[in-house]
Design a protein around this ligand. Structure first.
Ligand SMILES: *Cc1c(COP(=O)(O)O)cnc(C)c1O
Ligand SMILES: [Zn+2]
Length: 411
């Protein structure tokens, strides 16, 4: 591992004013979000395909492109999930060149949030915090609580009151302070901003969000490396705050800039949301970057139910600039998507993954994703955590007596 850090500063995405590498997230001049700036010339001198390939199979193999100064200390096994050729799903959707990046098997908590939390908690420790916290739609709480337990950090998780039982238990078991809030995720997030002003805690997606968000780039780096150091023609990405989509875009720009992959034309970024909470997809389809917040999200895809997405305008802009598109799919289509992925590829994804599959199905049918162009579908979470919406769709077969004639009857 390289001992030197290539992180130069935090920089305002809007006015480019620079800030020191501290727990800051908004520009004091223009209120734009801050982003991590790197010394790419320096990185180019030390980072090559060969160097990366020799390293352990975790997201830390791209360490120079992640915003930490010392060695990683939390989430050492996160990342490097399988990229699979999805032939049977491709046949079902009428597509010949389909891939799945499978973070349903992410370590340790079965969603891509393990990537952002590994980076955020390593950074929180570097910055001297002993307490970490988050506002969560479920998966972030699971990962923050698990990694905080392992790192010996105090942990507060704030969630909307009505999450799936798998998501709630999957946080409680790690014994953090869990606070259920009567309100939407946006209410929870607003409350967390106020708490962050008052307590010196590292809120992974509030005051240390610039570092946290960089962890998502590893999902995109892995797609490119696992395809054989090339960029895909299309990526279909589920969107909540819109951060993962914009960071996959950034991961491709960085690998091209560093000469790690050949630029084979723009990768089209396609955004996937649920119709019951699709503010970014709606903006893209209406041809604008401005987001109209959704006041009362209403969808089974609770992990994506952010009505006022922090990175919404940037996600919409990234989709448009790439020549990509978007869809907002119904709850019925989401359930069909979950069942189709399971029955064709043997992968049980959560509702967000159903959103990805349903969106891909629609964009392929509409010709927005041509049937022969290399396409990666982002599966970001595990179905065991969101079982409730499937109960009616998958009725239990009645039990039979333990007799061969009874068995032959149901055959
Ligand atoms: C959080 C989450 C996303 C999207 O995250 P953003 O970066 O906020 O857009 C996608 N899938 C799952 C399963 C998630 O938990
Ligand atoms: Zn600014």
């Amino acid at each position: 591992m390289s001992p030197v850090s290539f992180v130069q500063a935090l920089q305002c995405k809007e006015c480019k004013k620079q800030y020191p590498k501290e727990a800051l997230h908004v520009c004091e001049d223009c209120f734009g979000p801050l982003e991590v700036a790197y010394d790419y010339e320096g990185i180019k001198r030390v980072l090559s395909r060969e160097v990366i390939e020799k390293r352990a199979e975790s997201l830390w193999r791209y360490r120079e492109l992640l915003p930490i100064d010392g060695e990683p200390t939390v989430g050492l096994n996160a990342g490097y999930t399988p990229l699979l050729r999805a032939r049977r799903l491709g046949e079902a959707l009428g597509h010949k060149n389909l891939w799945i990046k499978n973070d349903a098997v992410s370590c340790p908590t079965l969603s891509f949030k393990d990537r952002v939390v590994a980076v955020a908690l390593t950074k929180a420790k570097e910055l001297g915090f002993d307490t970490v916290a988050c506002a969560s739609t479920g998966n972030l709480g699971n990962s923050t609580a698990a990694n905080a337990a392992q790192a010996g950090l105090r942990c507060y998780v704030l969630i909307p009151h009505d999450l799936e039982s798998g998501k709630v238990l999957g946080t409680l078991v790690y014994a953090p302070h869990l606070v259920r809030v009567n309100g939407t995720y946006d209410d929870v997030n607003r409350l967390c901003s106020e708490i962050a002003d008052r307590h010196r805690w590292a809120f992974v997606n509030v005051n240390i969000r610039p570092y946290y968000a960089e962890g998502s780039k590893s999902y995109g780096y892995e797609i490119q490396e696992q395809l054989g150091w090339r960029t895909p023609a299309h990526v279909v990405v589920p969107m909540a705050s819109g951060s993962l989509l914009t960071k996959i875009g950034k991961s491709i720009e960085e690998f091209v800039k560093l000469g790690l992959v050949e630029a084979r034309g723009t990768t089209r970024l396609h955004g996937a949301q649920a119709a019951g909470c699709g503010p970014i997809a709606e903006a893209v389809l209406a041809g604008r970057d401005a987001i109209r917040p959704v006041k009362k999200p209403n969808t089974i895809a609770k992990s994506l139910a952010i009505g006022n997405p922090a990175d919404g305008p940037y996600a919409a802009q990234a989709i448009r600039a790439s020549g990509g598109s978007a869809a907002a799919v119904s709850d019925e289509e989401i359930i069909e998507g979950i069942k189709l992925l399971a029955s064709t590829e043997g992968i049980f994804t959560e509702t967000a993954g159903g959103v990805t599959i349903a969106t891909a199905r629609r964009l392929i049918a509409e010709g927005k994703i041509p049937a022969d162009e290399e396409t990666v579908l982002c599966i970001t979470g595990n179905g065991l955590k969101t079982q409730e919406p499937l109960v009616d769709a998958l009725p239990l077969p009645p039990p039979i007596a333990p007799r061969i004639d009874e068995f032959e009857k149901v055959l």
